[in-house]
Write a protein that binds this ligand. Structure first.
Ligand code: NI
Ligand code: MN
Length: 227
């Protein structure tokens, strides 16, 4: 499994045969170096409806004839915009050609703003993605929650992608506790530095997690990790 960080909460996950994009917020993402029209993928997983996660999903899905995988409301929103979509919901999983996706709970919101309208797009989610025997957990946007312990007990997580930016999600202290609960082999911080409100130091997070004897990898934008 190869994982490339595109800044914020956006990642490309690929093996030899499939390219899966998670939360492709590229337009308006000051950290992103990839343009939506350059993205090649066959599936897009969206954790929730907020613009910094839904992002360029509709454009990328249409360009690639890719399938959007998300909660029922986000999936329906995308199919109404002309995309192929596969709806899931919290606690449900499905076997796709590239592997298995299961949605977990996340404590957050999931609206999308269109003009002066707030469209509510169901519950926010985290994602368990299993591909070629490796399991990735993308927490989406979330507060710390005690059921992360259950997620960690029931899944051997090879890599956990956790928000650390505070203000809208877990900050560093809570994200360190999340690592204790989830017990992943490796943790990658995300959702920091994109905006002034989430200007958090990932090295502070890394040092605190390493002091627990756990591994962290801070990915630069565009950097790829192979697990
Ligand atoms: Ni959000
Ligand atoms: Mn967000």
């Amino acid at each position: 499994m190869k994982i490339t960080f595109w800044g914020h909460a956006a990642f490309l996950v690929e093996n030899g045969s499939h390219r899966v994009v998670i939360d492709p917020f590229l337009t308006g993402n000051p950290l992103a170096t990839v343009k939506p029209d350059e993205v090649k993928c066959d599936f897009i997983i969206v954790t929730h409806g907020h613009g910094d996660h839904l992002g360029d999903t509709v454009t990328i899905a249409k360009n690639n004839d890719a399938v959007v995988i998300a909660n029922y409301e986000v999936a329906t929103y995308c199919s109404n915009k002309g995309c192929k979509a596969h709806p899931l919901h919290i606690g449900g999983g499905h076997d796709f050609p590239f592997g298995r996706v299961k949605l977990t709970i996340a404590h957050h919101g999931s609206s999308f703003i269109e003009g002066d309208q707030i469209i509510y797009l169901g519950n926010p989610a985290g994602v368990l993605l299993t591909m070629d025997g490796k399991t990735l957990y993308h927490a989406g946007d979330t507060a710390l929650f005690y059921d992360m312990k259950l997620i960690g007990e029931m899944n051997q997580i090879d890599v956990a992608l956790l928000p650390i930016g505070d203000n809208f999600t877990m900050g560093v202290e809570d994200a360190v506790k999340a690592v204790e609960f989830l017990n992943p082999k490796l943790t990658v911080p995300m959702h920091y530095k994109t905006f002034d409100l989430i200007d958090v130091d990932p090295d502070d997070f890394a040092h605190r997690v390493e002091s627990l004897g756990k591994q962290v990898r801070v990915l630069g934008v565009g950097e790829t990790l192979e697990i």
